[in-house]
Design a protein around this ligand. Structure first.
Ligand SMILES: *Cc1c(COP(=O)(O)O)cnc(C)c1O
Length: 450
């Protein structure tokens, strides 16, 4: 068979492929054929800077020689080994390395394949822990999660999620979660000052824990930044405060660092900013540098011990995914961690973070920009209809999409969240590329808000 033409591919793409989070009736094919560094090339030869790290997962750029080589070397040994009762050297080395680099106290690694499964594992494990720990508390079966939370798309992770537009339709399938408002530094509750915001939100959390802690297995949250909510950024001290409250009320803390880990916030893990060790840590997206699906759920010794016992006691964690801990994924993850050291990725980030800050400062002065926010190499620009009242544009007007459509014509690939433009490039981005991304956004905003 001859190779399909570019027109055929576009037609087949529309006909046969059902894309994630995409209204297929309106889908316009964008077909990436190859990439190098932070630049993607489509089948017609057009180039785009990858402004969203191929959905927040690419770290060191595409086709990094070291990462490519790691996969080829692993291929020469074995492509897949099941983690159900067996192992392989590469996956073992990665588990040990993750225990080394994550916050102290996280000692055991369970591998799965995506962010949602990492969270699903965390949720199930928390409940089982309370049944099997030294002083069993089987009534602890409920979860606390934040407003607008996003933890993935499986039924358990959607249950702890709180994004109405995505999650409402599935409500009949979901378990009920206790909800605490997101500590949003832009849309603050009426009558609460910026200085009072932290105390207000910790008090909200405290009230729910005080009332229901006997039934609560865990608090689940995205530390520092709530990604899919539109990069809601928490006031400093919130994570630390929630950690203290969960200890006080004997509730586990599950930190979903799927979006923020691996250098995104300027530190390897977001929890490091507030010196927090959660009881459970979920990792995915950046773990393989954006190469292969792999996820990890780390837990403390105390949780792990509650699952040990004689086979007949049925304390086993009855959960697994066929490809969990896949050695190809583990190999590229290990190589990615080497690259962090060899290329001093975190050290080099300081300058890029500062540059992004300067650009955001300039963008903040454009009409209809209600807020700009930044944490490390995560940037967000929120468009509003009215800056004074913060009244949003109706989502049906697709202002965010229009800005990103414009950016695409300038060779910059972005994907908005409603009215929020997300800037989430690979950590390997150059200063010149950052300049181009932000310039395309500026022009896009002018075109889409006039
Ligand atoms: C993307 C994301 C997930 C889900 O990860 P998938 O790999 O898409 O399943 C979970 N939590 C957070 C915070 C995320 O950003």
């Amino acid at each position: 068979m001859p190779e399909p033409t570019s027109e055929q591919l576009k037609s087949w793409d529309r006909t046969f492929l059902w894309h994630a989070f995409t209204q297929m009736a309106e889908y316009e094919p964008l077909i990436i054929d190859r990439a190098a560094g932070c630049v993607l090339t489509d089948i017609d030869g057009r180039e785009y800077i990858d402004g969203i790290s191929s959905l927040w997962c690419n770290i060191h750029g595409h086709r990094h020689p070291k990462l490519d080589a790691a996969i080829r070397q692993q291929l020469d040994r074995v492509a897949h080994v099941t983690s159900l009762g067996s192992s392989n050297p590469t996956t073992i080395k990665l588990a040990r390395r993750l225990v080394d680099i994550t916050p102290d106290g996280l000692e055991h690694v369970f591998f799965s394949d995506d962010g949602a499964t990492a969270v699903e594992v965390a949720v199930k494990r928390a409940l089982q822990y309370w049944r099997q720990c030294d002083n069993p508390r089987p009534e602890k079966t409920r979860y606390v999660a934040l407003g607008e939370a996003y933890h993935g798309d499986t039924v358990g992770s959607v249950s702890v999620g709180g994004i109405e537009q995505f999650h409402a339709v599935y409500r009949p399938l979901l378990f009920e979660t206790l909800r605490v408002p997101a500590p949003d530094t832009y849309r603050t509750p009426e009558g609460v000052s910026a200085e009072g915001l932290l105390d207000y939100h910790l008090d909200q959390m405290q009230r729910v824990l005080a009332e229901h802690h006997e039934q609560i297995a865990a608090v689940v949250l995205e530390p520092l930044v709530q990604g899919a909510a539109g990069m809601i950024m928490h006031p400093p001290g919130y994570l630390r405060g929630v950690r203290e409250l969960t200890k006080k009320y004997d509730v586990l803390l599950i930190a979903d660092e799927v979006a923020v880990a691996f250098g995104r916030t300027g530190r390897m893990f977001a929890c490091e900013h507030e010196n927090v060790t959660p009881d459970v840590l979920c990792l995915a997206k950046g773990i393989t540098g954006g190469y292969l699906p792999l996820a990890a759920t780390l837990t403390t010794e105390e949780i792990y011990r509650a699952f040990l016992g004689d086979y007949s006691e049925s304390k086993t964690f009855f959960h697994g995914h066929t490809y969990g801990g896949n050695p190809l994924g583990a190999a590229v993850a290990l190589a990615g961690l080497d690259v962090f050291e060899e290329e001093q990725t975190l050290k080099k980030l300081t300058q890029k973070i500062a540059r992004l800050g300067e650009h955001l400062e300039r963008i903040s002065r454009l009409p209809h920009v209600g807020d700009v926010r930044q944490r490390g190499l995560i940037g967000a620009v929120e468009l509003v209809k009215d800056e004074a009242t913060k009244e949003p544009y109706p989502w049906t007007e697709k202002r965010g999409i229009r800005v990103c459509d414009h950016s695409r014509t300038e060779g910059v690939l972005l994907r908005p969240l409603g009215n929020v433009i997300i800037i989430m490039p690979p950590l390997a981005i150059s200063l010149a590329q950052l300049d181009r991304i932000t310039r395309a956004i500026e022009n896009g905003i002018r075109a889409a808000t006039c």
